[in-house]
Design a protein around this ligand. Structure first.
Ligand code: SF4
Length: 375
């Protein structure tokens, strides 16, 4: 059982905080689409005939593609892979692209899950982040999608924005509950090197993210989600019962996936591959039948560290027996020794051989995971 990720490397404009790979020029779009279809054919052997349970269009902004272009990509996938009849097929979309006509065509093409990049329901936040949409487009597109029969919708929200007060954050969350979406991913604003936001913070044009305020907003997030019966199945991901992202859960559960398109990563249990993060180089290499990705065999300690980092963030936790059988008893002994102080501080808990973070521990997830690493 495996998944396919497709990276669509185009955006209308650059959001100030974003360090993903994308281009704001669509000049290479036709050549990119042709190269992507070729890559689908070339990479067919990678998953060794495993059934495809999830397909995920990410980016970039996949909703910039015409629905006919998405359909052609899906047709190519269906002709090369065995796709489960109930496969989860997600499209990341921005509100300004989701007209009623577009939503209708997306539904017809077999997309059954929408991941809408709302980020905030406040125009001042959207302008601060240089998003291409406004609040009314955000509200309207969710209502239109629901009317047209989309019953599995996730939205992204961002907290920790310098001018976002606690009250405003609570209102943003309330708006998400009012819309009755099935899933919410909420991330803290991060200031990544090389982004416009990094430059603004460095030159004093923007306040830096206040870590205490961000931590406070994370606590509000967890409490509000709980109050509204959303399960926190991963630190940043919350869902109504039964609406976990199958695609992302598979990443966190070490399942195999094939990543297609510039900058996409792949994993088959033994190695990782990552495609070149440059649209023109990607197209040129594929057309010239030259290598377009690098490969790294995963060393046991790296595999263990990745396992700890990802599983600790989820409700499924870090399984002691899996560590012992997969990596060996010296890794298990290391984990037990390093985890002990955190058990004593009530930041980690152990139930039926599975280690998970406590509510307090969730605030320190990355620090705790890195202390459990094998170096
Ligand atoms: S739309 Fe998404 S991928 Fe594109 S710049 Fe904004 S955050 Fe980045």
């Amino acid at each position: 059982l495996a998944g396919i990720y497709l990276h669509i490397p185009f955006c209308k404009q650059a959001c100030h905080y974003c360090d993903f790979h994308f281009s704001t020029s669509l000049a290479t779009k036709p050549a990119f689409l042709a190269a992507l279809k070729t890559e689908i054919q070339l990479r067919k052997p990678y998953l060794e005939g495993q059934e495809i349970q999830t397909i995920y269009f990410g980016g970039g902004t996949p909703s910039l593609l015409e629905s006919s272009e998405l359909q052609e990509i899906l047709d190519e996938i269906y002709s090369c892979f065995a796709v489960a009849s109930n496969a989860e097929i997600t499209l990341e979309a921005n509100p300004d692209d989701l007209t009623k006509a577009k939503l209708k065509a997306l539904k017809e093409s077999g997309i059954n899950r929408l991941s809408i990049g709302i980020q905030s329901f406040r125009d001042e936040d959207l302008q601060f982040m240089n998003r291409a949409h406004n609040t009314s487009e955000a509200l309207q597109c969710v209502k239109d999608a629901q009317e047209l029969g989309f019953d599995n919708i996730t939205i992204d929200l961002i907290y920790g924005i310098p001018e976002l007060s606690e009250a405003a954050w609570k209102q943003n969350l309330q708006q998400a509950f009012n819309l009755n979406v099935q899933h919410v991913s909420a991330y803290c604003l991060t200031v990544e090197a090389g982004t416009a936001l990094h430059h603004f913070v460095k030159t004093g044009k923007s306040k830096p993210v206040n870590e205490d305020e961000a931590a406070q907003q994370f606590e509000i997030l967890c409490a509000e989600m709980k109050k509204h019966d959303f399960e926190q199945y991963e630190i940043s991901n919350f869902c109504q019962s039964g609406f976990h992202s199958k695609h992302n859960s598979a990443y966190w559960q070490q399942k195999h996936y094939l990543g297609l398109g510039p900058s996409a990563h792949s994993f088959n249990g033994k190695s990782r591959q990552w495609n070149v993060s440059n649209n023109r180089k990607y197209i040129k290499s594929i057309n010239a039948q030259q290598p377009f990705f690098e490969t790294e065999t995963i060393a046991p300690e790296t595999a263990y560290n990745e396992y700890v980092l990802t599983t600790l963030r989820t409700i499924w936790g870090c399984d002691a027996e899996f560590i012992s059988t997969q990596f060996g008893d010296q890794y298990l002994a290391h984990l037990q020794q390093e985890a002990q102080p955190y058990f004593e501080q009530n930041l980690l808990q152990l139930k039926s051989g599975v280690i998970t973070l406590t509510e307090e521990g969730k605030l320190l997830a990355d620090k705790i995971a890195s202390d459990l690493f094998y170096t």
